[in-house]
Design a protein around this ligand. Sequence first.
Ligand code: NIG
Ligand code: FE
Length: 402
Amino acid sequence: MYPTTLLHSIRRLYTLDPFKEDLGVLENTSILVRGDRVCWIGPDTEAPEAEKVVDARGLIGLPGLVDPHTHAVWAGSRAKEFARRLAGEKYADILEAGGGILSTVAATRKASLHALECGVVSRLEQMHRYGVTTVEVKSGYGLNPATEHRMLTAASSINTGPSTVRTFLGAHTIPAEHRGSRDDYVRQIIEEQLPLCAPLCKFVDVYCDRGAFTLDESIAILKAGKEHGLQIRAHAEQVTHTGIAEAAANLGATAIDHLEQIDDAGIAAMAKAGSVAVLLPGAQLYLQDTPPPVEAMREAGIPFAVGTDLNPGSSPVHDIWTAATLACITQGLTMEEALLGITRNAAKALGLKRAGWIGLNSHADIALFAPPVGEPATFESLIQHMGRPQAVHVIQHGKIIH
Ligand code: NIG
Ligand code: FE
């Protein structure tokens, strides 16, 4: 028999149950967890006995949060590049001149598997404190078969932090040694990197932009990933408009990310394909980009997810709550959309059916938060107070993490 845990007397629980119209709000509620699943939800007064009991009085209950877009494996520092950008240099110009992503590639290639593991484990363990139980992690700072594989191995070996969903991003930019032979690099991605890395991944991704991959190159790489059984996503329309959002949606992309420069054709194609728009307000803020056309996407019925885009360059943002608050302030999401964006819709962006909501038979991934001092126990007070929410308790796959 699996062990049972009772989360007793949650002041206000947001189940985000997809079968409910609203956010699935329940007051003074208890949850019984058996093994790694939720097996009972009901009023405190009817709570069954359990082997372990977590006192949740006064707390806000949410499904374990999901960060749908990170580059959490890297070595080196880009703090000096930040100073150059503050002094007026553009992100895409620094990349074209061999810095930016390429400087992280140089440091990551030199790092051992152990060094990469130590880095990603401590970044992800910190995410646990914010209540995150699932994180997408990309490769993309190796840009050769051995280092791309080493990054993904580091992300696969984590057993203390949130669960990871891995994405192959060998097409992050053209490495220095292939600047004069782009076709050879695209061939290496398709013929060498993908066969080696696909078994460790669920998604294939490309960065289609100035200084990175062209539309045709990106389409060829996404199609090759699909042939390896990977689901499609893309860094799309971030700095310049390329048409990749429309093309990726037409290939059946599960999620399409960034989207600051998306046009009407891209929006229509995403709506038709049912692709989730992953908004990354940290990168928008750090690069001082214009916001994506949220209102037009909303009208088209595209679901929004929100990610940190945690990386050492364009978005050194570790905290998903900060991303949610910024998505409201700088991109125009409602607080309800932001909450769905870091839970149910973020899980949808990762193709996960049992995460991002709480209900009978959902994953027992649950985070409990105290409201900021003097605030009511509502999700709005967690989103309004930027960067403040740290989870009091985190339950992942039925285990009490803290
Ligand atoms: O999501 N735009 C491309 N890729 C990353 C940036 C990674 C980096 O700057 O190191 C992004 O913003
Ligand atoms: Fe990214």
